[in-house]
Design a protein around this ligand. Structure first.
Ligand code: DGL
Length: 265
């Protein structure tokens, strides 16, 4: 299988980053997208920083060998380590936490909830980046050791999904009942946004995918490196089951992938 050089790489521990690939596909329809998801090792959010960095380097190397021009780390958990990973690669890496934090800090929201993996919440990365821009925003986070892994199976009717959503949001609301906005701080979560809305319809959910896609576009514009003519292709590589990715891409309304293959990372 050969890939087009100059693609935009999009990577995640699993299927979650498809929510970002969808936005990139929508705002940059002429770009080739090479998606990589490491479902064999998902969830990353219960691992150590060292393990996450090592697994992420495998994916970044894979993308680098295929000549990507930029990589969107469409995974909040991996993005908390973006400063550790960036020096090892000679292509631009765009994380998701910084654009998401900037969106919240500039939105005027003063109390925000964060649902994410345990790792993402424990790093305090969201709090730090939001507070650099607006120290008055109160961030209340709750990590889940289970939800990303449940979603990555591709079966969205499991009762455990809603139970886990309730555990996270009940905790946040018990800390601060005035919270009305919650960041979906794991890219797997927007795939099941309808479950979140079913459980807590009164909450406004923030999906950072578009902010990251905009950050990728800004970088390519700055570098004069946008593709503007042809129709972009969409290729998927995964250490898991490619069929799950094809089905999820369809579920979230993406263009059909031109290829979806299993790889060993
Ligand atoms: N999509 C990843 C994130 O945004 C899932 C993390 C995991 O693998 O635990 O954090």
């Amino acid at each position: 299988m050969s890939f087009l050089k100059g693609s935009i790489g999009v990577m995640d521990s699993g299927i979650g980053g498809l929510t970002v690939a969808k936005e990139i596909q929508r705002i940059l329809p002429h770009e080739d997208i090479l998606y990589i998801g490491d479902s064999a090792n998902c969830p990353y959010g219960n691992r150590t920083a060292q393990e996450i960095a090592e697994l992420s380097r495998n994916m970044l190397r894979y993308l680098g060998e295929r000549g990507v021009k930029v990589v969107a780390i469409a995974c909040n958990t991996i993005s908390t380590l973006v400063d550790v990973l960036t020096p090892d690669f000679d292509f631009k890496i765009v994380g998701i936490v910084a654009p998401s934090a900037a969106y919240v800090a500039h939105s005027g929201i003063k109390k925000v909830g964060l649902v994410a993996t345990e790792f993402t919440v424990a790093t305090g990365n969201y709090d730090k980046l939001i507070h650099q821009l607006d120290p008055t925003v109160q961030v209340t986070g709750k990590g889940s050791p289970l939800l990303a892994g449940l979603v990555d199976r591709g079966d969205f009717n499991q009762q455990d999904i809603n139970t886990e959503i309730r555990t996270q949001i009940n905790y946040i609301l018990s800390k601060d009942p005035e919270i009305q906005h919650i960041i979906l701080g794991c890219t797997h979560y927007p795939i099941i946004e309808s479950n979140f809305r079913e459980c807590y319809p009164e909450i406004t959910y923030i999906n950072p995918a578009l902010e990251q896609a905009n950050a990728v576009r800004s970088y390519l514009e700055e570098k004069n490196s946008l593709d503007e003519e042809k129709e972009g292709s969409f290729s998927i590589c995964t250490s898991g089951d490619p069929e799950v990715y094809v089905q999820v891409a369809k579920r979230i309304g993406m263009k059909e992938p031109s290829s979806a293959i299993h790889i060993v990372l």
